[in-house]
Design a protein. Structure first.
Length: 367
């Protein structure tokens, strides 16, 4: 891979279009334009070959004339020189032919590589400039964190028709975003984008380009849900759903294992797997980063209601080493949120079971 520079400090505010191109360049991992093969230096070889074309017949004719005049020794010397010139001509001819053939093959390969390079740039909507200014992984993490916060505090609220003042903005209380990598095919997100993870060999971090995002908005009377498949590469939202439920309508919130199939670098996975326990090398540079393996199980968070509607999001991938995975809710954040939501559900459902307290205002209907 070609060396690249880290562009865009975290302190610099840039237009979203440029930011998304930088994010796509980070995940696309496209090398710069391949160099054109140099043309072979054949000028002097061609000139010498041309000279031999003249010398050989001239020498032969001169030798015949010398023989007819009785100058045998001079004729023999000239014939030998003509033979040497002829051999040199054949050697130069073959050298030029081989060099031209090698250049043609190299140029054909270059043309093919260049076409593939241009096609890759077009498919990711990138320019040559973009792939030479790739941000650091830490910058990608900051941008993802900013996007999740924006989805929770702006996009979801707008989709539900709410305003932020209806909710406490403490993430462990009023607004609870859950997000995790999108591991399965979904409508409107191409698989070549969804599967294009980035594994940082220097920091041993695995980052994903697309995410499931579920945001729970808790009020005194109900729980509202915004769910979407988020394409981090383009800042686009797909398969978006919004729901509002009274607390007594919630059947359950749970965590459960789900079968998935998603290829990740073998170095990111801990054993045991299907075939054998994997012993990780002490030096990551000794490991073939192109070797991948399919993860089999993901842990999901699910919210269910009697109508069979449910929202789910990946919160953990047990087969991927804890220190490697990025772009997910960490247990120290996830557990308090789930505990709080469960306590709210128990409290509200118990209150609904006991009926309204004497003199209490009637419940607020669903909007």
């Amino acid at each position: 891979m070609f060396a690249r520079t880290n562009a865009l400090s975290s302190q610099r505010i840039i237009p979203d279009d440029l930011k998304r191109r930088q994010i796509r360049a980070f995940f696309a991992r496209i090398d710069p334009e391949p160099p054109a093969p140099p043309q072979p230096e054949l000028l002097w070889a061609r000139r010498i070959r041309l000279a031999t074309y003249i010398l050989v017949p001239f020498g032969v004719i001169s030798s015949i004339l010398l023989l007819t005049n009785g100058a045998v020794e001079a004729a023999i010397v000239l014939l030998v020189l003509s033979a040497v010139a002829f051999v040199l001509n054949r050697i130069l001819h073959e050298h030029i032919r081989q060099a031209e053939m090698a250049y043609k093959l190299a140029h054909d390969q270059y043309a093919s590589d260049l076409a593939n390079h241009v096609n890759l740039l077009n498919s990711w909507h990138l320019s040559e400039y973009d792939i030479t200014k790739i941000p650091a992984g830490s910058q990608i993490d900051r941008w993802l964190t900013e996007d999740i916060a924006r989805i929770a505090n702006e996009v979801g609220l707008e989709s539900l028709g709410f305003v932020a003042e209806h909710f406490k903005l403490d993430s462990d209380r009023g607004i609870n975003p859950f997000y995790g990598p999108l591991l399965e095919s979904v409508y409107a997100i191409p698989d070549f984008q969804r599967k294009k993870f980035n594994f940082d060999v220097n920091s041993l971090k695995l980052r994903f380009p697309c995410y499931q995002v579920v945001v729970l908005y808790l009020t005194e009377e109900r729980i509202a849900v915004f769910a979407t498949d988020f394409n981090f590469l383009y800042n686009s939202f797909h398969n978006t759903r919004t729901y509002e439920y009274m607390y007594h309508d919630i059947v359950s919130i749970s965590t459960e294992d789900k079968e998935v199939k998603f290829d990740v670098p073998l170095i990111a996975v801990h054993g045991p797997m299907t075939t054998a326990t994997i012993n990780m090398p002490s030096d990551p540079s000794l490991f073939d980063l192109n070797t991948t393996v399919s993860i089999r199980v993901a842990k999901i968070f699910r919210l269910s209601v009697p109508s069979s509607d449910s929202m789910s999001v990946v919160i953990a991938i047990p087969e991927i080493r804890e220190e490697v995975l990025t772009g997910r809710i960490h247990p120290e954040i996830f557990e308090p949120r789930v505990q709080y939501i469960r306590s709210q559900l128990r409290k509200r459902q118990q209150a609904n079971a006991n009926g309204p307290a004497p003199g209490a205002p009637p419940p607020v209907p669903l909007q």
